[in-house]
Design a protein around this ligand. Structure first.
Ligand code: ARG
Length: 535
């Protein structure tokens, strides 16, 4: 077990928020020129490599997954009319955005890997950070990855074997899903660069796809040219608000469906410590990403409405494929199915990247056995292929890190992949999504509430980025509304979530309580806090 006796001159409690009255002693972590990597045991935070663009493709690549291609039906049917559906998409986008902006403030103030794990510890005490980690590592991250992997499998099978095979055997889907999972895990184990570059690539693909859908929609609406003839509902006569539902529970369900499509906005926070300049780039990344995503989702939805009859949208859980078939015929359906595959694959890749970092942070913290917080397979000599001198080809350099190959949190990735595989195999889709929604929003809520608490408790904490106070307040109110609906709609599943969170308490005593007097949280250590002008 890791020992936590970092010799420190100062007391733990005041060290919690050592405030820089001056602010001058505050240097951006990871100014270019920090040693590229650490050879002894190592830490990802020292191997800073993420730029603004990497962050952008990471978060956009993660957010745009399955949702925009498959959720429109449930948003639509629950909102009742195209206009109301668009409003739901806009509200969901704004909600995700307020959450993300709040996280940007926290991440700027506390620029460490692990995200909420660190914020919650700082704000409520380490138990809260631990419980988050417990849920995120065991269920939230692998659960959401499993959902994406399953959807990936479905579309893959749909594209290559046909929709019939998809209905007859879920096992084919699951096997394909596992294949995708193994592939992304391998990519991310090989090098940080490889994981990152594939994410970048898929992000471009997704944007092109969404742009393609939008442009096609407009062209078809105007010219009436398509494989199946003109768009069947004349878009000029769509009753945009006909049939809008008024029951709040319908809206809540619609909102949940929309939120799944926007989910993942918190993920850059898990890797903040790896940003070269987190204080500047994290907020920039988040705002750019969310504005791009909200805009492209709204446009894609408008395109669906322009082209497909509302009834078709409502009855299909694969709107994108229906869209492709309508406009370009069978080839279009195939192409769009492949696009959705690619989109899910990219999302799975990005979520694997961040999950690895989360598990890794937990290992470093001593929440998990030590080897999960390791880079490479073995301790001091992380297994990595040397990469020096001119012998390394440009290609090698392209896919390897400065530190060579396999200098990644391999054990952490493996844990995440194994749990994901378990959920893919045994997971029931609707249980997974409910659990994910309830537990996920519980932690989003408490983290954003924590931002408000932190403003009161530590008004002088250096915040390179500060959002309007209305931002977290709106987020807290809406997520509370969503949570309360879930509690009433599915009391039994909510109870399971609560029980699961509470099950983390004894583990907390075991992993953290037994650290002893000198035990302290790694993320609270001097290396971090001295940047606030201490030491
Ligand atoms: N928004 C993504 C989609 O539409 C899902 C993201 C899941 N969340 C996560 N943290 N992996 O498929």
């Amino acid at each position: 077990r890791r020992s936590y006796s970092v010799s420190s001159a100062f007391d733990f409690a005041p060290a919690l928020f050592p405030l820089s009255a001056s602010g001058a002693g505050y240097t951006a972590i990871g100014t270019p020129g920090t040693p590229a990597f650490d050879t002894t045991g190592g830490s990802l935070e020292k191997n800073k490599s993420l730029t603004f663009l990497n962050g952008l493709s990471l978060i956009v690549g993660l957010i745009i997954g399955s949702g925009i291609f498959s959720s429109p039906a449930s948003v639509n049917t629950n909102a009742g009319s195209p206009g109301a559906a668009l409003i739901v998409w806009a509200i969901a986008g704004m909600l995700a955005w307020t959450g993300a902006a709040s996280y940007a403030e926290l991440g700027g103030a506390i620029p460490l890997n692990g995200g909420p794990q660190v914020y919650l510890s700082k704000i409520y005490g380490e138990w809260a950070g631990f419980l988050f980690t417990w849920c995120a590592v065991m269920v939230l991250k692998p659960g959401s990855a499993a959902i994406i992997a399953i959807i990936f499998g479905e579309y893959m099978v749909r594209a290559f074997v046909g929709a019939d095979a998809m209905e007859t055997s879920v096992w084919i889907n699951k096997i394909v899903a596992l294949g995708g999972l193994i592939l992304v895990t391998a990519l991310n184990c090989v090098s940080t660069n490889l994981g990152r570059r594939s994410t970048d690539m898929f992000m471009f693909l997704k944007f092109i796809a969404l742009l393609g859908v939008t442009v096609t929609g407009i062209v078809v609406a105007i010219t009436g040219l398509s494989y199946s003839g003109p768009a069947s509902d004349d878009w000029k006569t769509i009753g945009w608000f006909e049939g809008t539902k008024t029951d709040p529970s319908n809206w809540a369900v619609a909102l949940y469906a929309g939120l799944w499509a926007y989910d993942g906005w918190d993920n850059t926070n898990y890797v903040t410590g790896e940003f070269i300049n987190p204080q500047r780039d994290l907020p920039r990344t988040i705002h750019t990403a969310l504005s791009l995503v909200v805009l492209s989702y709204l446009m894609a939805n408008v395109a669906y409405f322009f082209v497909l009859p509302v009834a078709t949208i409502n009855s299909s859980n694969t709107v994108a494929v229906a869209f492709g078939r309508f406009v370009y015929g069978p080839v279009g359906a195939l192409v769009l199915a492949l696009v959705v595959c690619g989109s899910c694959f990219g999302s799975l890749n990005a979520t694997t990247f961040t999950s690895g970092r989360l598990v890794y942070a937990a290992g470093k913290e001593g929440y998990l056995p030590e080897f999960f917080g390791r880079l490479g397979l073995s301790k001091n000599t992380a297994i990595r292929l040397p990469l020096r001198g001119s012998r390394a080809s440009r290609f090698t350099k392209f896919i390897a890190d400065d530190a060579g190959f396999f200098y990644t949190p391999i054990w952490a990735m493996l844990l995440n992949a194994s749990l994901t595989a378990v959920y893919v195999v045994i997971g029931d889709f609707s249980t997974l999504t409910t659990f994910y929604g309830v537990a996920g929003y519980t932690f989003y809520f408490f983290t954003v509430l924590g931002l408000i608490i932190l403003r009161v408790k530590e008004p002088n904490l250096e915040r390179p980025y500060k959002c309007w106070i209305t931002t977290p307040v709106i987020f807290c109110c809406v997520s509370l509304f969503l949570l309360s609906r879930a509690v009433f709609a599915q009391p039994f599943q909510t109870l399971i979530v609560v029980a699961f969170i509470i099950a983390g308490v004894p583990l907390y005593w075991w992993r953290v309580g037994s650290r002893g007097k000198n035990g302290r949280q790694q993320s609270m250590d001097w290396k971090f806090w001295k940047r606030w002008g201490r030491n």
